[in-house]
Structure formats: C-alpha cells, structure tokens
Design a protein around this ligand. Structure first.
Ligand SMILES: NC(=O)c1ccc[n+]([C@@H]2O[C@H](COP(=O)([O-])OP(=O)(O)OC[C@H]3O[C@@H](n4cnc5c(N)ncnc54)[C@H](OP(=O)(O)O)[C@@H]3O)[C@@H](O)[C@H]2O)c1
Length: 274
C-alpha cells in the first residue's frame, strides 16, 4: 500500500467506499475493512450511514489518528449559514471531532461557488476538517474552485475505472497539483465481465476487479475507493499491491476507456461532463 501525498495530505491510495451500505452493513464492513488493513474510509451525509461508519471505526479498535476518514457535504447545505452546522452534525454522527477530508459532493449552481468555497475554507481553518476538496467537478469548475479557495483543494472525487476515460480531468488535476479519487472504481461490478481485463488478470493470477484497481493505483496521483458488502471481496480488493501491471497491460487497459461507460449520471445533479 502506498499513500498519495498532496498539499500536506497523505491519502492511502486504496480506500473503502460505503455508498449504498445500510447501517448494519456499513458498521460490519467498516470494521471488517479496518481489520483487513484498510486505513481510508469514504462516506457522505447523503449515504445516511455516518453513525454506523463511526460505530464500525469504534468496534475496530484502530486508533482514530491512524484512519483517513472522508465525508461529503450534501448540496442543500452549500450556503454559508448551513454548511458548518451540517459538518458539526456529521462529526457527531461519526463520533469524532474532525474528518481528514471534507468534500463538496456535487457542484450546485444554485449557490454561488464563492460562498460555498468560503464556507468550506472556514470549516478547515476551524479544524473540523484537516483537508478539503471537491467531487464531480468538471475541468472548468475545478479551475474556478481552485481560484476561489485560499486553502489548497487536495482531490476531486469522480467516477473513474477502465471503462471510462478521464484524461482531461486527470491532466487538469495534475496541473493543479491535486489528486483524483476514483469512485465506482469497479464500474459497480461491470469490470468483472470485461474480456481484456479477464485475460490480463489470468496472466497475473488475479481477478478482473483486482486488475482494474491496480490500473488505477498504478497511475500518478490516483486513489481508488471500492465498495463491497462482502468481507472476502474486501480482502481480495485489498490485494493489489503485490503485483505490477506491465506497460503493455496498462496500454491495453487505456484503450478500454474509449467505451466511456459512465455508471453514475443523475439527472438534475450531473454537470456537463468534460
Ligand atoms: N462522490 C460521488 O458522487 C460518489 C458516487 C458513487 C460512489 N462514490 C464512492 O465510491 C465508492 C465505490 O463506488 P460504488 O459503490 O459506486 O461501486 P464500485 O466500488 O465500483 O462497485 C461496487 C460493486 O462491486 C461489487 N464488488 C466489489 N468487490 C467485488 C469483488 N471482489 N468481487 C465481486 N464483486 C465485487 C459489489 O458487490 P458485493 O457487495 O457483492 O461485493 C458492488 O455491487 C462508493 O461506495 C462511495 O464511497 C462516490
């Protein structure tokens, strides 16, 4: 396992996602993930499982300071008056007095970005979040957010996997010295049936999901946060640091991204993607 170091943040390159995990599953799986060795957990206000995530962390006995914990502010709390209060409530549910990373979950054109960025900067200065960042931002919005923020933005969390090209966003983030956190890194399970990934996996005695995750974390500045409700799958997803993809393997997978298969594209939320 390696960490991605960006603007003073040291982010474990493989994290554990908790989208769509209900409370019992979130509690059980966060503890299981920490037992396996994961040290990076991703949740969000809108997942409605922050309390269970906090309980899973407590159950594990892993010291809080050893864990990189992320949550995300939902878009209806992007105004100056509500953002900080919503983060206090998240911290209470999580049972901690800070998160390592706080993200704006989706762009929200109904609130001026300057107001939201000022509010999240203040939250960071007040110590509620060690680091801040954005999610689902396009290249235009990344540049605007960076320009408005006095505190460095450490990541943009976007969908990224072998079936979706993100070269433009990656180039933009690297130019800003930011990382890319790949969500839905398994394309919500679709990568398992890809024949090219299956062939490469066979040559490394791995499965297609492990190859997809390895392809992500083998790129500069890329972090992946797979989710599973199954402890054996969590173990398998963690075993991506004991092999390396060759330049040919990487190139063959790069070709697959031309399919541009986006699995998360909600009406009314999604921006005009790059
Ligand atoms: N910022 C955003 O807007 C945003 C949007 C989406 C997601 N995210 C974050 O990214 C995380 C990951 O994305 P995701 O949850 O959309 O999907 P994902 O991690 O790409 O895929 C999850 C699916 O893959 C299956 N799976 C995982 N490991 C497996 C394995 N080893 N073998 C077989 N099947 C496996 C899971 O089923 P099983 O449970 O049966 O293993 C589940 O159906 C989320 O949990 C969330 O934290 C953020």
């Amino acid at each position: 396992m390696h960490n991605v170091d960006v603007h003073g943040a040291s982010i474990p390159a493989l994290g554990f996602g908790t989208f769509e995990l209900d409370n019992p599953d979130a509690r059980r799986m966060v503890k299981a993930a920490l037992d396996i060795g994961y040290r990076h957990i991703d949740t969000a206000q809108i997942y409605k499982n922050e309390q269970a995530v906090g309980q899973g962390i407590a159950d594990s006995g892993v010291p809080r300071d050893d864990i990189f914990l992320t949550t995300k502010v939902w878009i209806n709390r992007f105004n100056q008056a509500e953002l900080a209060a919503s983060v206090f409530a998240s911290l209470q549910r999580l049972g901690t007095d800070y998160v390592d990373l706080l993200l704006l979950h989706w762009p929200n054109p109904r609130v001026p970005l300057a107001e939201t960025i000022a509010a999240i900067n203040q939250v960071q200065r007040d110590g509620l979040a060690r680091h801040i960042g954005i999610s689902n931002f396009t290249t235009g919005l990344i540049s605007e957010a960076v320009r408005l923020s006095e505190v460095p933005l450490v990541t943009n969390q976007v969908e990224y996997h072998p079936l979706l090209n993100q070269d433009k966003v990656l180039d933009c983030l690297r130019a800003q010295g930011m990382s890319l956190t790949a969500y839905s890194p398994l394309a919500q399970g679709e990568v398992f049936s890809d024949p090219v990934l299956q062939r490469i996996a066979q040559s490394h005695d791995k499965h297609a999901g492990q190859v997809a995750l390895r392809w992500l974390v083998q790129q500069d500045g890329v972090i992946a946060i797979p989710r599973t409700s199954n402890a054996e799958h969590a173990q398998a997803n963690f075993e991506v640091f004991d092999f390396e993809l060759s330049a040919d393997d990487m190139q063959a997978i790069n070709q697959l991204t031309r399919q541009n298969r986006r699995t998360i594209n909600p009406d009314g939320l999604a921006p005009d993607w790059d």
